[in-house]
Design a protein around this ligand. Structure first.
Ligand SMILES: [Zn+2]
Length: 284
């Protein structure tokens, strides 16, 4: 179910993402149906108890207020029949420009973000560029391609679209071996692992595809999914690695995939160097 993080792969790294990013784009199939999940994520940001120890906060004042649509630190903007206007963005900024009384994080959600007109988008851009410490932005759209490139590049993109690419068995096997190699070799031969990976995937689009497959593999192991096609390929050695370790790897893969998605002219060699260094930090 979409409204429960535990049933969603996003649950596994949502909590840690907020350490790194203040602005998010959720790309979804259906915005209204996705709102429970988006609000759950807003709760993760605002409520200190939410999902601590992987349990939901069941009873706190903030979560109740959010459920009722009455929490002052959460503002939701949506278009009227013309679109989202600059005034709506400015009004939201004004309301959120003061720290909340209890010093909690504040969140604004822009539904149908692609419906912002040019001046609204520009006002928002300035706001995202100079984020306040305790302020988080969530844009929700059905197609990120309808958003300004300059906005996309300042957000982390989280795609919850259901349509899945079909991956080649050979590709799944390669990425299974890549993950296993990283684990077995520890930091000893990371340059070798890097060149092995680049040997298979040297173009930005191919690396994005490979990272998608890695996400899918780890997701399958963490959630004990019974995807027969995948289970046949994923090796036992990989399945036996600690889930915490795999979640840490997953976080890094998601962060780096986002760098690729938002930066068309990325230097692949440097990119892979940094990726491998960050991965080695996790392995230690
Ligand atoms: Zn709560």
């Amino acid at each position: 179910m979409l409204d429960d993080f535990k049933e969603n792969k996003f649950y596994n790294y949502a909590i840690n993402l907020k350490k790194y990013y203040h602005a998010y784009i959720f790309e979804v199939d259906n915005i209204e149906k996705s709102m429970p999940l988006i609000l759950a994520f807003a709760k993760v940001i605002v409520c200190k108890m939410h999902f601590t120890n992987r349990e939901k906060c069941l009873d706190c004042n903030i979560c109740h207020l959010i459920d009722q649509g009455n929490y002052s630190g959460l503002i939701i903007i949506e278009p009227d029949n013309i679109g989202i206007k600059k005034e709506q963005v400015l009004d939201m900024q004004k309301k959120l420009s003061y720290k909340s009384v209890d010093n909690n994080n504040q969140v604004y959600i822009i539904k149908y973000a692609e419906k912002m007109n040019q001046s609204a988008a520009n006002s928002l851009l300035k706001f995202i560029e100079e984020p306040l410490d305790n302020l988080y932005c969530i844009l929700v759209t059905t197609d990120k391609r309808d958003l300004l490139e300059t906005i996309i590049s300042r957000c982390i993109l989280i795609s919850l679209k259901q349509e899945k690419e079909i991956y080649d068995k050979e590709d799944i096997k390669k990425n299974n071996d890549f993950l296993l190699k990283i684990y077995q070799e520890k930091e000893n031969s990371l340059p070798y692992i890097k060149s092995m990976f680049l040997n298979y995937y040297s173009k930005r689009e191919d690396i994005i595809k490979a990272f998608n497959i890695i996400e899918m593999i780890i997701d399958n192991i963490i959630n004990n999914s019974k995807n027969k096609d995948l289970c046949d390929i994923i090796s036992n050695e990989l399945s036996n690695i600690s889930k915490l370790y795999l979640i840490n790897i997953l976080e890094i893969v998601v962060l780096y995939k986002n760098k690729l998605l938002t930066n068309p002219n990325i230097n692949i060699n440097l990119f892979m160097d940094r990726f491998i260094i960050d991965i080695s930090e996790v392995i230690k």
